[in-house]
Every structure is written in C-alpha cells, then in structure tokens.
Design a protein around this ligand. Structure first.
Ligand SMILES: NC(=O)c1ccc[n+]([C@@H]2O[C@H](COP(=O)([O-])OP(=O)(O)OC[C@H]3O[C@@H](n4cnc5c(N)ncnc54)[C@H](OP(=O)(O)O)[C@@H]3O)[C@@H](O)[C@H]2O)c1
Length: 290
C-alpha cells in the first residue's frame, strides 16, 4: 500500500477516545503517548516506574494519567486490569525489553517471553471486555528470525541466547495478533487486532547491550529512525482505518526507516496452526484468554 509520507501531523482529532500505552516512559511508547494526547485522546501511561512516568507526562499537552503496570509480573497485570472501568478504545502493547541476560520472572517464565509476549497476552485478554476499537501490538523486523519452541519456551533445554529470546518473543507478538484477530472475527466482534514495527529507532532499547552487539546496535540505530519516526507505524496502526491483522512498518529500504505502510507479515508469522498452539500455551501459563 502506497504511503503519502504519513506523519504524526496527519493524526485525526482523537477527542473522546481513551488509549492505554504500555511502556510510555521511554522511546516509542513515550512519543506515541505524547502525540495521541496532543491530538485530544485521554492517554493512560501504563508504566513499571510510576515516578519516571510522571516525569515524562508532565511535559504532555492534554489529558494524561500514569498508572503502574509491570508486564513481567502477572499480579501487577491483574491489578492494573482490576482497576480498569469504562470503555478503552485502543490498547497499545508497546513495552518491551531486548537482549537482557538470562532471567526468570516472578512467574517463572523467561524474561523476554514474559515481558514481551505473555504479559501483553494476559493484559489484552483481561482488558478485552472494555476494548471498543483495537489492540495494537509492537513487534519487530527481527521476528523473522524467531522460532517458537513450545516445548522449551523458557530455554530449559536450549542454551540461552539473548537475541534469540528477543526474536522469539517478537514472533510471538505477531502470532498473537493473528490468532486474536481470528478469534475476534469468529465472535463477530468489530474490534481489530493489528501490529506495528518501528524499523530501527534510537531509543533506550539497546542501551544496556555491550560488546560487539552493542556497537553494531548503536551504529545501526544512529543510521536509522529517531524515536519520533519510530513511533509513526504505531500511531498509524492505532488511528487509521486499516484491516484487522494488518502489520504496519516503515516504507524505506529493508523496512528499517521511513514512513508507515502496511507490510506483508512473514511466513512464520502467518502460521495459523502455531498461532493457535501458542495461544493455548499462553492461556495456560497466564490463566487468561480461555
Ligand atoms: N527501537 C527499535 O529499534 C525497535 C525495533 C523493533 C521493535 N521495537 C519495539 O518497540 C517497543 C518499544 O521499545 P523502544 O525502542 O521504545 O525501547 P525503550 O526506549 O527501551 O522503551 C521500552 C519501554 O518498555 C518499558 N518496559 C520494559 N519492561 C517493562 C515491564 N516489565 N513492564 C512495563 N514496562 C516495561 C520500559 O520501561 P522503563 O522506562 O521503566 O525502562 C520502556 O518504557 C518494544 O516492544 C520493542 O521491542 C523497537
């Protein structure tokens, strides 16, 4: 689909709409929340560090609120959802971590899979009764290298590799979107599940990554989008009239930078059988989504 170089300036008036942005304390989430707020939406910054969230939100123009949400902790997710009332137009599953050392969350799941997939999975399912328009989940071009090992989601049998853990979790984001959309359609729901990816953008995502990986990451980030441009696919996916199941990313070479367009998802991300099986395992691990 052709882009007319859509930017945040093309956002419609969002007055009367309520949006939750996870991980709005930094990077793409911060920019997305700020721009949606500036265009009239009531924005809830769902953040793990409330003080950091408040620091960020004080510079926003418009109606915003900061609430605590730790996606690596199911109890925190349940508390956030339990505190919700009223319509939620758009949920943006943006928060994520990349290339963290091997670690198990308090719920005993691998940290990337927990934070990037299982947390958003549980949050979405718990908030779904309130969602009126859409769920946007932020994936990555690196999902193409991901593989879902349903029998070893947490690296019990495989040697732990931080990049592999990230890639797998980002593939899980797209399989989740595909299966969520299938379920919504089956129920005759008008709610859409869509996905976005920022290309490569300068944010804090790789701030802690050292060594050769750190150098490569920091160089590639310098050559690509800033956080404002990196947020465009998310903003487009959250506000434009696109079909459920769409995957929005930058239009430039290699989809690393540029302006938002709808892309085809990879073959692995279109594996409906795997999407169903991942959903079942995720539902069991989070006790949500059944
Ligand atoms: N930047 C890129 O090049 C790139 C490329 C592909 C995909 N992405 C995706 O874009 C999304 C946003 O990343 P970013 O680049 O903006 O990175 P970022 O600047 O590091 O922002 C990540 C956000 O997620 C939050 N977060 C991390 N763990 C959390 C948890 N357990 N609970 C709640 N929030 C948590 C962080 O909170 P704190 O502020 O407290 O740290 C931060 O607000 C991620 O899903 C990432 O995978 C980014």
């Amino acid at each position: 689909m052709a882009s007319k170089k859509w930017t945040q300036k093309d956002l419609p008036d969002l007055s009367g709409r309520t949006v939750v942005v996870t991980g709005a304390s930094s990077g793409i989430g911060l920019v997305s929340a700020r721009e949606l707020c500036a265009h009239g939406a009531r924005v809830i910054l769902a953040v793990r560090d409330v003080e950091k969230g408040r620091d960020v939100a004080q510079d926003f123009v418009g109606d915003s609120e900061v609430r605590e949400l730790n996606l690596a902790d199911l109890e925190s997710i349940r508390a956030f959802a339990a505190g919700w009332s009223g319509d939620l137009d758009v949920l943006i599953n943006n928060a994520g971590i990349m290339m963290a050392p091997a670690f198990r969350t308090i719920d005993d799941v691998e940290l990337h899979m927990g934070t990037n997939h299982l947390g958003p999975f549980a949050l979405t399912n718990l908030l779904l009764p309130f969602i009126t328009d859409r769920v946007v989940t932020v994936s990555s071009i690196l999902h193409r290298r991901g593989r879902i090992h349903l029998d070893d989601l947490h690296f019990d049998s495989r040697p732990y590799k931080a990049m592999t853990a990230y890639q797998d979790s980002k593939l899980a984001n797209l399989l989740f979107t595909l299966e969520l959309q299938r379920r919504l359609s089956e129920q005759g729901s008008a709610v859409r599940a869509v996905a976005a990816h920022p290309g490569i953008a300068r944010t804090n995502l790789v701030a802690h990554v050292g060594g050769v990986n750190g150098l490569v990451n920091s160089l590639s980030q310098r050559l690509c989008n800033d956080a404002v441009k990196g947020a465009l696919p998310t903003l487009y996916a959250a506000t434009q009239d696109i079909p459920g199941g769409s995957y929005v990313g930058p239009d430039g070479i290699g989809h690393l930078r540029g302006y938002p367009v709808i892309h085809k998802t990879s073959k692995r991300a279109m594996d409906t059988d795997m999407a169903r099986r991942l959903w079942a395992v995720s539902a069991e691990l989070t006790n949500t989504g059944e």
